[in-house]
Write a protein that binds this ligand. Structure first.
Ligand SMILES: Nc1ncnc2c1ncn2[C@@H]1O[C@H](COP(=O)(O)OP(=O)(O)OP(=O)(O)O)[C@@H](O)[C@H]1O
Length: 310
């Protein structure tokens, strides 16, 4: 769906993108991660045909963004990080306005727009003026706007920024639904855990360069990011803690009422060895799991010392 080759963008003497390569298959949800100023919005604007690259190529659905921008625009729905909404419109009028600008006839719009409002949970706000909507609701309205022409690819620039946790969860649920509808989605964020649950792949960008790309698990393994394991045993906690501490790949151990927290430097195989060893030593395990902080660890590991601007 997306093929980017040696893509570069300069603003005067400043190199915002330095020969980026990126391939995203149809149906993938791709998380584009990097600190502020890394080049995410620049890449997305180029894909959205709003900015010309200095060199290199970007293709969407096989169409080059500079040679065939009209074809590309039919395929994409773009949600920028800063959006303008027309406050004097009601939510429903706003969507009619955008759908009409895509040339969708009134009869079709009358069917489509209630469906879109339903998808983004704004049905009961359809007659509310846009300026009375909360930030989360405006964000969802913009998402609905980007869907009016049923695009195959969604380019979402920080769709969850500035949202409270509940609004973020709502946004995440909508994106899950869009994934099941078969959309390809590229979504940026500088907040990793926000993406963790919904992306198939991540690309990490820093100072205009892709520093890592692939399946989240592969990237973790490749970078040997330490895992944090949480282990609970039925009784013999102190003994278990002492046993774990002796394992060659264990870096640090601590214990609280949620269990034994283990900073683990090994890969899957060594982790399986630890589990096997504990069972062989007769520890009764209630749970043995990886803590959910992994993606954050990956990010810090990759961008460590890189001097993100935030
Ligand atoms: N029109 C412009 N003129 C000059 N410099 C620009 C322009 N647009 C972006 N830049 C610079 O290019 C770099 C990349 O910006 P970009 O907006 O792509 O970053 P980002 O990863 O999206 O960050 P954020 O999370 O803050 O949106 C930044 O250093 C930015 O200041």
């Amino acid at each position: 769906m997306i093929e980017i080759r040696a893509l570069s963008k300069q603003f005067g003497q400043f190199h915002a993108l330095k020969s980026i390569d990126l391939t995203i298959a149809r149906g993938t949800v791709f998380g584009f991660v990097g600190p502020n100023g890394a080049g995410k919005s620049t890449t997305m604007s180029i894909l959205a045909t709003l900015m010309a690259p200095t060199s290199g190529t970007a293709k969407v659905g096989g169409y080059d963004v500079t040679e065939h921008p009209k074809e590309v625009r039919k395929l994409i729905g773009y949600m920028p990080d800063f959006f303008g909404v027309y406050d004097q419109f009601k939510a429903i009028e706003y969507l009619h306005f955008y759908a009409a600008s895509y040339g969708i006839p009134k009869s079709e719009r009358d069917q489509l727009i209630p469906q879109l409002l339903e998808l983004v949970n704004l049905t009961d706000k359809k007659n509310a003026y846009v300026d009375t909507l909360s930030r989360g609701m405006k964000q969802r309205l913009c998402l609905a706007r980007s869907l009016v022409h049923d695009p195959e690819l969604l380019i979402l620039d920080e769709p969850a920024s500035g949202l409270d946790p509940r609004a973020r969860i709502e946004m995440r649920e909508i994106l899950k639904e869009l994934k099941t509808m078969g959309k390809t989605i590229i979504i940026s964020s500088h907040i990793l855990p926000e993406l963790a649950e919904m992306v198939d792949e991540i690309g990490v960008i820093e100072h205009g360069e892709m520093v890592a790309q692939g399946n989240v698990q592969d990237i973790q393994n490749r970078l040997r990011v330490k895992r944090i394991l949480v282990i609970r045993t039925e009784g013999r906690e102190q003994e278990a803690e002492d046993y774990i501490r002796e394992h060659p790949h264990v870096k640090r151990v601590s214990r609280d009422d949620r269990g034994i927290h283990v900073h683990f430097g090994g890969h899957d195989e060594e982790q399986a060895d630890l589990l096997h060893g504990m069972i062989q030593h007769g520890f009764r395990l209630i749970s043995f799991s990886e803590a959910q902080t992994n993606l954050e660890d990956v990010f810090l590991e990759i961008t460590r010392g890189g001097g993100g601007t935030e």
